[in-house]
Design a protein around this ligand. Structure first.
Ligand SMILES: Nc1ncnc2c1ncn2[C@@H]1O[C@H](COP(=O)(O)OP(=O)(O)O)[C@@H](O)[C@H]1O
Ligand SMILES: [Mg+2]
Length: 213
C-alpha cells in the first residue's frame, strides 16, 4: 500500500506518524520504504540518520525526494519492489504533495484538537478533490495530540465527521512527550524505553485502522 502522510499545514504530526508507521510495518516484517518528500524540513531524514548511526534494527530504507516529477517516477518504479511505501510530504502549495496524491492509495491526515487545524481541512481537501478527479484514493484522518480533558477533542471529532470524503479512524493519539523523544532517536514509540503503554496501544490501533492486520 502507498500511504501518504500529507497536509498543507505544517506541525500536525506528519513526520512523527510517518516514522512510527514505517517502523511498525518493518517490525511486522513488511518490506517498507519511507520517502521523505519534505527534505527541506529534513526531519525524517535526520531521524533516520540518527537511527542508522546508532545501528538500530530494523534498518529503515529511506529516500529524500521533493521534486514532484522524481517523486512520481520513483514511486512508480519502487512500488513493485516494496510491499509498502510511506510518504511524508507537506507544504502549502507543494508540488511534491500534489504528486504524492496522484500516486497514493491512502492519505492520512493527522488533525489536532484546535480550530486552526480544523480550518485547515478545507485547504487540503481542495488538493484532494483535484487529485481524486484523476484517481480515487482513501482519505483517513486521525485525531493527533488529543488533550487529556476538556471538550476540544469531541468538538474536533464532530467537525471532521462533517466531511463526507474523510473517514475518521477510531481512537486517537494523545499529546505525549514520548512521540518527540522517540523521534529524536529515530525510533517508533514501540521501540522507545521506558515504554509508554498508552502510546504503544494508540499506535497499534492506528496501524489496524490503516492496514487492517
Ligand atoms: N501525538 C503527539 N504528542 C506529542 N507531540 C507530538 C505528537 N505528534 C506530533 N508531535 C510533535 O509536534 C511537532 C510537529 O510534529 P511533526 O511530525 O514534525 O509535524 P509535521 O511533519 O506535520 O510538520 C513535533 O515537535 C512533534 O514531536
Ligand atoms: Mg514534517
Amino acid at each position: 500500500m502507498i500511504l501518504t502522510l500529507g497536509h498543507t499545514k505544517g506541525g500536525v504530526g506528519k513526520s512523527t506518524l510517518a516514522l512510527n508507521i514505517a517502523i511498525e510495518r518493518l517490525l511486522a516484517g513488511v518490506d517498507t520504504l519511507l520517502i521523505d518528500g519534505d527534505p527541506k524540513q529534513s526531519s525524517i531524514s535526520k531521524a533516520i540518520g540518527i537511527r542508522g548511526d546508532a545501528g538500530l534494527a530494523p534498518p529503515v530504507p529511506c529516500i529524500a525526494l521533493d521534486d514532484a516529477k522524481a517523486l512520481r517516477h520513483q514511486v512508480g518504479l519502487l512500488k513493485t519492489r516494496y510491499t509498502d511505501i510511506v510518504i511524508d510530504v507537506g507544504g502549502k502549495d507543494s508540488n511534491a504533495l500534489r504528486a504524492a496524491l496522484t500516486v497514493t492509495d491512502t492519505l492520512l491526515l493527522p488533525i489536532g484538537p484546535e480550530s486552526v487545524e480544523v480550518w485547515a481541512i478545507d485547504d487540503i481537501l481542495e488538493l484532494v478533490d483535484e487529485a481524486r478527479s484523476l484517481h480515487d484514493f482513501r482519505v483517513l484522518a486521525v485525531l493527533n495530540r488529543a488533550k487529556p480533558a476538556g471538550r476540544d477533542n469531541a468538538d474536533t471529532v464532530a467537525a471532521i465527521e462533517e466531511y463526507a470524503g474523510i473517514k475518521l479512524v477510531a481512537g486517537s493519539l494523545g499529546n505525549r512527550a514520548i512521540f518527540s523523544s522517540a523521534f529524536g532517536r529515530g525510533q517508533s514509540v514501540t521501540e522507545y524505553r521506558p515504554c509508554n503503554r498508552k502510546a504503544v496501544t494508540e499506535l497499534a490501533s492506528l496501524m489496524l485502522a490503516i492496514y487492517g492486520d
